[in-house]
Design a protein around this ligand. Structure first.
Ligand code: FAS
Ligand code: PHB
Length: 405
């Protein structure tokens, strides 16, 4: 057997392996789902296309809602997060040359935690390995079978050897470019999407953050974001053309452009240094409905994408797998299908509220090249109104800390 399986319900049966839930993808959605199921005694096997190191090399999200923190605590993956994560009680909007603080704690009684997705993924991978739960890395040619029937299975190759995983359910946690959503007939799915005429050019550098909280800047030259991973590692973004070539952005050009998008005092305070990662992320809003097809369930980026402005992508993956794990626990516990029948509608209700918030904040803070002078005045009027109204700031704050599950 090329890969050892732990757990009582993973059984060898005639050259294939049987488990209860086949999870496609070892990103935040797949890993967190695996742990939530493991804690309930439900066996799952995670099939991941890439190597462990490759998955951990990707630099992505940085802001965790308290709901996500609670889930990580619930599965026993919160220790390093509480030791190294940075609790934030607010953030700032920069426009008109001034920084305006959104006081999350005062407006909602809640906060967010700054902790890189990479570290969260590492913690979940280490926990899964320590518990002997099965993950197959570098699983190639993953294909989903018979999920519209009662005996789904997943085939793949590992080190060139064909394998089959028989299961009761498949969780498609394989992201926007994964095989799961692609395996569903187009006629069974409705797609909703909106593109944006820009992307985010992000840099990671081992320099102290320019401020102790995040700064979202929406000045004339374009959006910028001052974020961080720790007190000594910063994450910065500038809005760039959708078709921008990263080769045109040596570090010095990035730092110069970032300074031009900040107020003079903040620009002056900026500490720069060599990038340890630099990449361009496209922005899109995307939802595939429904999120269930027979015995296949989609969760996380496999089902929906938000522009990162609202810091919702990773956190939606967490709420999806919270709902899905509850539904599967009900099914395997009481053989009740009520939870799995309700999963898609329940998950989509929260997804669409986050889609709206992410679209709204992106529309408010970014420079749209085709926008008219009237459109730019409306953006400024909305920012002025927001900065002067506790009611408006409270609406922003309650979405940013995360709406209830
Ligand atoms: P993921 O994409 O993280 O994980 C899917 C996993 O499935 C991957 O490991 C992939 O290798 C694997 N996979 C794919 N196809 C497969 C196949 N056929 N077989 C087996 N495995 C397969 N969100 C924020 O909140 N803030 C941000 O700043 C932010 N920045 C981002 C930057 C980039 C470049 C990208 C792409 C996304 C960003 N996101 C951000 C969103 C991101 O954090 C996602 O919401 C989050 O990774 C979602 O997690 P998953 O749903 O697990 O999907
Ligand atoms: C990040 O730190 O990567 C980050 C923070 C907040 C966002 C998006 C990205 O809204």
């Amino acid at each position: 057997m090329l890969w050892q399986l732990a757990g009582k319900k993973n059984e060898l049966a005639g050259g294939s392996v049987r488990t209860q839930v086949a999870i496609i993808g070892s990103g935040p959605a797949g890993l967190l789902l695996g742990q939530l199921l493991h804690g309930a005694g439900i066996d799952a096997v995670i099939l991941e296309r890439q190597s462990r190191d490759y998955v951990l090399s990707r630099i992505r999200a940085g802001v965790l809602e308290d709901g996500t923190v609670r889930l990580l605590d619930a599965v026993g993956a919160g220790a390093r997060l509480h030791a190294e994560g940075l609790p934030h009680d607010g953030f700032e909007l920069l426009f008109g040359g001034r920084r305006h603080r959104i006081d999350l704690q005062r407006l909602t009684g809640r906060r967010v935690t700054i902790y890189g997705q990479t570290e969260m993924t590492r913690d979940l991978m280490d926990l899964r390995a320590s518990e002997g739960a099965a993950t197959v890395f570098e699983a190639k040619d993953v294909a989903l079978h018979d999920f519209d029937g009662s005996k789904p299975s997943v085939t793949f190759t590992k080190d060139g050897v064909a394998q089959r995983l028989d299961c009761e359910f498949i969780a498609g946690c394989d992201g926007y470019h994964g095989i799961s959503r692609a395996s569903v007939p187009g006629s069974a799915m409705q797609i909703f999407e909106r593109g944006y005429p820009f992307g985010w050019l992000g840099i990671l550098a081992d320099v102290p953050p320019v401020s102790h909280e995040l700064i979202y800047a929406g000045e004339e030259r374009g959006f910028a974001l001052c974020s961080m991973r720790s007190q000594s590692r910063s994450r910065y973004y500038v809005q760039c053309a959708a078709d921008e070539d990263i080769a045109n952005w040596p570090d010095e050009r990035f730092w110069d452009e970032l300074r031009l998008r900040l107020d003079p005092a903040t620009a002056e305070a900026l500490v720069t240094g060599p990038s340890i990662e630099k990449s361009i992320a496209p922005l899109r809003s995307f939802v595939a409905e429904p999120m269930r097809f027979g015995r296949l369930f989609l969760a996380g980026d496999a089902a929906h994408i938000v522009p990162p402005t609202g810091a919702k992508g990773l956190n939606l993956a967490a709420s999806d797998v919270h709902y899905l794990s509850q539904a599967l626990i009900d099914y395997f516990g009481e053989r009740s299908s009520a939870g799995i029948d309700a999963y898609s509608a329940k998950a989509l209700a929260r997804v669409w509220k986050a889609e709206r918030f992410s679209w709204w904040l992106t529309s408010l803070m970014h420079h749209f090249p085709q926008d008219s002078a009237f459109g730019r005045r409306i953006q400024r009027a909305e920012l002025d109104y927001l900065a002067g109204s506790d009611h408006a700031m409270a609406a922003l704050a309650e979405n940013y800390v995360g709406l209830p599950y």
